[in-house]
Design a protein around this ligand. Structure first.
Ligand SMILES: C[S@@+](CC[C@H](N)C(=O)[O-])C[C@H]1O[C@@H](n2cnc3c(N)ncnc32)[C@H](O)[C@@H]1O
Length: 214
């Protein structure tokens, strides 16, 4: 498994077949949180992500849609900040863990495809997606669809990167920024590679967040 939690389900083109990969993600669920940036068990790593989310999410509590939510680690940080969270994932075992992690919180989790999630349009203040967009076919169409899910003045919070050196996979920040620029009012890019606290140690590949204001 790569450091972003992705597996070798990629076909090397930056896209992954969802149905084929669901079993792989289900198998990965039991150990997914062992990676420092997945489970956020280390208080230093957890605080680093919490600080970043404080900057990326709106200050006022709102509705957050976490697509490809995995075990719900970012969902939990959002819920702890007062947001109501809806998490979507295609892997049932990931969802089981997310439901357990957020038991008693203002949160719900549904099985679905992140590219076309089973949610109403215009209902969310934030669409939050970490390490998932790069696996989806047709990212520009996916981004257009995600924008339809936002309320007026909503935002996309996208955490992505390019992983690996010999056969890198992912979306370079420049590509994502160029894709988003014509679709939204404002795009903010934050490089994250240099902040070792986020990853549980130093990293050399490209990691970043993009906040796109609709
Ligand atoms: C690298 S993990 C990231 C999990 C979570 N976003 C995080 O940052 O901790 C990718 C997650 O996306 C889910 N996933 C991958 N493709 C998906 C799709 N097309 N629709 C819904 N979930 C998907 C996987 O099941 C897995 O839980």
């Amino acid at each position: 498994m790569n450091t972003n939690g992705t597996t070798d389900t990629s076909d090397g083109t930056g896209t992954t077949d969802t149905s084929d990969s669901t079993d792989v993600w289900d198998e990965a669920a039991a150990t997914f949180d062992d990676e420092p940036d997945h489970g956020l068990r280390d208080p230093v790593v957890r605080a680093a992500w919490a600080d970043r989310l404080d900057g990326w999410l709106p200050a006022e509590p709102g509705a957050v849609l976490d697509l490809g939510c995995g075990t719900g680690s970012l969902s939990l940080l959002a819920a702890e900040r007062g947001h109501r969270v809806t998490g979507i994932d295609s892997a049932p075992r990931m969802l089981e863990r997310a439901r357990h992690k957020l038991a008693g919180r203002d949160a719900e989790f549904r099985l679905g495809n992140a590219a076309a999630p089973p949610v109403p349009p215009g209902a969310y203040d934030v669409v939050l997606v970490r390490h998932v967009l790069w696996t989806l076919p047709g990212p520009e169409d996916v981004l257009r669809h995600w924008l339809t899910l936002l309320r007026p003045a909503g935002r996309l919070v996208l955490i992505e990167g390019v992983w690996g050196e010999l056969n890198p996979v992912g979306i370079p920040a420049g590509t994502l920024l160029d894709t988003l620029a014509p679709l939204v009012r404002e795009v903010r890019h934050t490089p994250l590679s240099q902040d070792a606290r986020l990853w549980g140690g130093p990293v050399r590949d490209e990691r970043y967040a993009v906040v796109a204001l609709s």
